[in-house]
Design a binder for this molecule. Structure first.
Ligand code: GRF
Length: 217
């Protein structure tokens, strides 16, 4: 069974969506470890509530970003992690980390990449005046939010939206598409061809998760 290592820094609603999908048997994998760079992250509380092993690795544990990532890599290997899932982990990964798990690190970003990479992107989308934004799950490469895109879900941006109302609307989509993207990986259906991720046909496995972008709520 594919074993996940989930990296978190914040409230952990995406972690919760992944846990819920596993418990509902829609997502057929395990979470071997949740790693947080912050003691106070609510995500840590969520993991503990579900008896998932937690490792806190504070930012100041290492002098360089590479040394920090070496500790994370070692921890992930110690828990036999197959797929690294970044769920609101507020650090940029070094090339060493990315090369240790090639096309085996996923991230979720609250915008329709390649528009609005980086931080505070819901506010930037509202201020820019785009009519649609959304969520993107992608593999992590050595750039910032530049890796091959696995799945996206779009939401409208309304005239009276604030960064917060848009954030909430996008978050709902995140919770649908992240477990789905992970399940596609679990089923071995993601084929990376250069920048493109091809989603291979499902060999008609019963009970497989429906693409949430086409499913009713
Ligand atoms: C989400 O908006 C995600 O897209 C971004 O960080 C946020 C994490 O939220 N990468 P949560 O901790 O999963 O609630």
């Amino acid at each position: 069974m594919i074993n996940l290592g989930v990296l978190v820094s914040g409230s952990g609603t995406n972690l919760q969506a992944i846990i819920d999908a596993i418990e509902a048997k829609k997502l057929k994998c395990s979470i071997g470890v949740v790693i947080s760079n912050s003691h106070g992250a609510y995500a840590v509380h969520r993991a503990k509530r579900h008896n998932i092993p937690v490792e806190i690795i504070p930012n100041n544990i290492a002098n360089t970003r590479e040394d920090y990532d070496t500790i994370i890599i070692d921890t992930l290997k110690r828990y036999s992690v197959d797929l690294v899932v970044m769920a609101g982990f507020m650090r940029l990964l070094t090339p060493k980390f990315v090369r240790a798990f090639p096309m085996r690190i996923m991230n979720i970003h609250p915008a329709l990449l390649p528009a609005f990479p980086g931080l505070n992107v819901q506010r930037k989308a509202v201020e820019y005046g785009v009519k649609f934004s959304g969520a993107t799950v992608h593999f992590v490469d050595e750039g910032v939010d530049t890796g091959p895109i696995i799945i996206q879900s779009a939401v409208p941006v309304y005239d009276d939206d604030t960064a917060e109302t848009l954030r909430q609307r996008i978050l709902k989509e995140e919770h649908k598409i992240y477990p789905y993207a992970i399940q596609l990986f679990v089923e071995g259906r993601l084929e990376v061809k250069g920048r493109r991720v091809i989603v291979k046909e499902h060999p008609k496995i019963k009970g497989s998760m429906q693409n949430p972008c086409y499913a009713d709520d």
